[in-house]
Design a protein around this ligand. Structure first.
Ligand code: NAI
Length: 266
């Protein structure tokens, strides 16, 4: 499915690790819609992931950047704008990692150093990215910035652990920075709150299969796939959503409006 929605648009996509990654699907969809893309991921992901493969497939340069380092982000933005010969029309932040979750620490027994790192990687990196874009004046007017979130920012999913707070912070940064970017550059900033999706980050959550199945039963449309998410992101980067800003947009097959469904009671 493609409608050349992003013809002539140029953007940076963070977070494509392998073909399951949501960012991978977004990059493929945006390229099919006519966008030019620069791909990026943490230097360590270059070694373990397959991002170069994607870069070749969609003819996108791959520029490493650790999203917790301002100098990496500035270098990436400078290289990307030089490559395009212009400023950017869209940016996708698709980054998440919890150290406490990875090390199987319960929410009531968290290591705070790890929590700092989790918040730095999964949320503050979004502010850092937007601040770098802002200072380098790297966004075109009517540009669009999107980060991926999860409903544990609003409701309690005990196994989502400290990532709940990371997502709450991420969504708040979208609102607060969305104000400044809107005023100065007519740039919009939103978060997409996505259904559970089978990826490396997703499967790292304890009991993932159970709540993936639970969400599928609760949602009248079922879980939104990574491909569905990619199509939604492409629309958010297109000129059809120019006045949508500072929102957390649920992309979850209806899950967030449900109280209970007959399927979960069986
Ligand atoms: P993924 O594991 O494919 O992507 C996570 C990415 O974050 C990886 O590419 C990883 O290399 C990157 N990353 C980690 N540390 C980094 C750093 N310091 N600098 C730059 N990049 C770094 O998994 P997925 O699921 O595609 O995750 C993408 C986003 O979607 C995350 O924000 C995640 O929380 C969010 N999300 C995922 C859901 C799921 O069930 N999989 C549901 C809702 C939201």
């Amino acid at each position: 499915m493609n409608h050349q929605l992003l013809q002539g648009k140029k953007g940076i996509i963070f977070g494509a690790l392998d073909e399951q990654s949501i960012a991978w699907k977004v990059a493929e969809q945006c390229a099919a819609e006519g966008a030019q893309i620069v791909l990026t991921n943490a230097p360590v992901a270059m070694r373990f992931g397959k991002i170069q493969e994607l870069g070749e497939k969609i003819n996108a340069p791959v520029i490493p950047a650790d999203a917790t380092k301002t100098e990496d982000l500035e270098n990436l933005i400078n290289q990307a704008t030089e490559h395009f010969g212009s400023s950017l029309d869209f940016v996708l932040h698709s980054i998440g990692m919890s150290l406490n979750m990875r090390k199987k620490r319960d929410y009531t027994d968290l290591n705070y150093e790890w929590m700092h790192k989790t918040l730095d990687i999964s949320a503050i990196s979004f502010h850092r990215l937007m601040q770098s874009l802002w200072k380098l004046d790297a966004m075109n007017e009517w540009g669009s910035i999107v980060a991926l979130s999860y409903i544990a920012a609003q409701r309690v999913f005990p196994d989502y652990n400290e990532m709940a707070e990371a997502k709450a912070l991420l969504e708040s940064f979208a609102r607060s920075f969305g104000y400044h970017f809107g005023k100065r550059n007519k740039v919009r900033v939103n978060t997409v709150s996505q259904s559970p999706t089978i990826t490396t980050a997703g499967s790292g959550v304890k009991g993932f299969d159970d709540f993936y199945n639970y969400a599928a039963k609760m949602s009248p449309l079922g879980n939104a796939s990574a491909e569905d998410c990619a199509r939604f992101c492409a629309v958010l980067f297109s000129d059809y959503t120019r006045m949508v800003s500072m929102q957390n947009l649920y992309h979850d097959g209806g899950f967030s409006s449900m109280g209970v469904s007959p399927e979960v009671l069986q």
